[in-house]
Design a protein around this ligand. Structure first.
Ligand code: SF4
Ligand code: SF4
Length: 463
């Protein structure tokens, strides 16, 4: 009973943050990341260096920030729970990270069903306040949280959950999603941007910035006001595919090269999210693994993406949502110290990006912002299973394909294992409620129907 109550509280709290409380969903809600979205292939299993982490210095505050930042969106959860965070494991990960020089922790009221700030606060508050830098966000995505009162309450709640009296890095969360109209509602018309600027003056926010997804008009608008607002940092999506090919991955995205250069021109430090493109740059097709391994045999596949993201000098930190100790260790190795890419390495990764584009994966990064679906569809699980099969060569086009039988079987059996039948794509009614919530701009019902047609075709074909 006690457990039930706790779960119910978590559920309500999460629904309130994202304001989906009126949805008639009976779908299970999501925790952090109980599933693997990052290859366990972790390269050199040797020592994890202590005291060799690369740091970048913030140009105005002088903060020394570890180039590896801890993304707290995917904290481990307790097995067979309703997504409850495994606090003991979180504490261990935080201890290990701090011991190995990681000092930047990025969370949000929206992460882990609303539990991330609380868990992060418990873990970090065991250390002196000057030993870590905490970043959190004003995640007022939904109309229910647009009012001045609700947004201010969200900010005060972040201070409470994190057990701090100031936030080192406060972000306007996912600006660009929903275009200018949404931005005006969330931050301008309610006076919240002015409120946050005042909080910075009062010292309760040390650095004010925003994370950007989606409509570049909003990005350009916010940078055009830099002289007046003085952004202390901006968080952008950057990886070796998005650098020049973001539009090919998703027509709504903007090339990371443009985003980064616009910040550099203004001397605004960049914080990097999605260095692995939602895990897709660690779970790459086998022949790309071979290509990367041939060049640096002892390094992990993921290390290439982290070196790419950390190499530009104006990058302050690179975020990684590390659920497992081996991911944390691998990333610490990559950045202790960071060996910046050479020009040849950059050309090599650009060629690799072009090879990656030949694989028609869906740009889902498993953020779960689209969840819960009121009709119970496990949207990310459907999309991630499809991506996994594309990478493993298990999306057969027709019966003439050499390995059709094996691939068909792998797809269908894996689908039932990864996604309970009632939560599969065939139950999507195409209501489109999920679309505005997706920071990657995926047309979710369209992709689900495409995948469902493919599954139906596989089921019907006789061998
Ligand atoms: S379009 Fe489909 S997946 Fe999206 S909310 Fe509606 S039923 Fe769920
Ligand atoms: S479909 Fe979009 S919102 Fe949903 S998990 Fe994937 S990237 Fe996130």
């Amino acid at each position: 009973m006690e457990k039930m109550n706790k779960q119910e509280i978590n559920r309500r709290k999460f629904l309130k943050v994202l304001s989906v409380g009126t949805a008639t969903s009976t779908a299970a809600l999501y925790g952090c990341s109980p599933k693997e979205n990052y290859s366990k292939e972790s390269g050199n299993p040797g020592n994890v260096p202590v005291g060799e982490m690369t740091y970048r210095t913030h140009p105005s505050t002088g903060d020394k920030v570890s180039i590896l930042g801890y993304g707290c969106m995917r904290w481990p959860t307790i097995k067979d729970s309703d997504g409850d965070i495994d606090q003991e494991m979180v504490n261990k990960l935080v201890d290990y990270a701090l011991e190995h020089g990681v000092n930047y922790f990025d969370t949000s009221p929206a992460y882990c069903k609303g539990q991330s700030e609380h868990a992060t606060g418990i873990a970090l508050s065991r250390y002196p306040r000057d030993k870590y830098l905490i970043a959190t966000k004003l995640s007022n995505f939904s109309p229910d949280t647009w009012s001045r009162e609700a947004s201010i309450a969200m900010f005060h709640n972040s201070l409470k959950e994190l057990q701090v009296d100031y936030i080192d890095y406060l972000l306007l969360h996912s600006v660009g999603m929903g275009g200018m109209e949404s931005f005006k509602n969330r931050y301008l018309d309610n006076g919240i941007l002015d409120f946050l600027i005042e909080e910075r003056k009062a010292g309760r926010i040390r650095n004010l910035g925003f994370s950007y997804h989606g409509d570049v008009e909003v990005y350009d608008y916010l940078l055009s006001r830099h002289e007046e607002i003085k952004w202390d940092f901006v968080q952008i999506q950057l990886n070796y595919v998005d650098w020049k090919h973001a539009k090919e991955v998703n027509t709504r995205n903007t090339d990371a090269e443009y985003l980064y250069e616009e910040l550099s021109k203004r001397n605004i430090p960049a914080i990097i999210m999605e260095p692995l493109l939602g895990g897709r740059l660690s779970n790459v097709p086998d022949h790309i693994v071979a290509r990367l391994k041939q060049r640096r045999p002892t390094e992990s596949v993921a290390s290439w993406a982290f070196r790419f993201a950390g190499s530009p000098e104006n990058v302050l930190t690179v975020l990684s949502g590390m659920t497992y100790m081996e991911h944390l260790q691998d990333n610490i190795r990559t950045y202790s110290p960071l060996v910046p890419l050479t020009d040849e390495d950059k050309d090599f990764l650009e060629e690799t990006a072009q090879l990656m584009l030949k694989y028609p994966t869906v740009p889902c990064n498993d953020c779960k912002y689209c969840m819960p679906c009121p009709y119970g569809i496990d949207i990310p699980a459907v999309l991630l299973h499809y991506n996994k099969c594309v990478n493993e060569g298990n999306v057969p086009k027709n019966q003439q394909d050499e390995n059709y039988r094996k691939a068909r079987r792998a797809y269908l059996i894996g689908y039932d294992r990864s996604v309970p039948r009632l939560r599969q794509a065939n139950h999507c009614i195409g209501c489109s409620q999920c679309n505005p919530l997706c920071p990657q701009g995926i047309d979710i019902p369209k992709e689900l129907h495409r995948i469902d047609n493919f599954v139906e075709q596989l089921k019907q074909e006789t061998l």
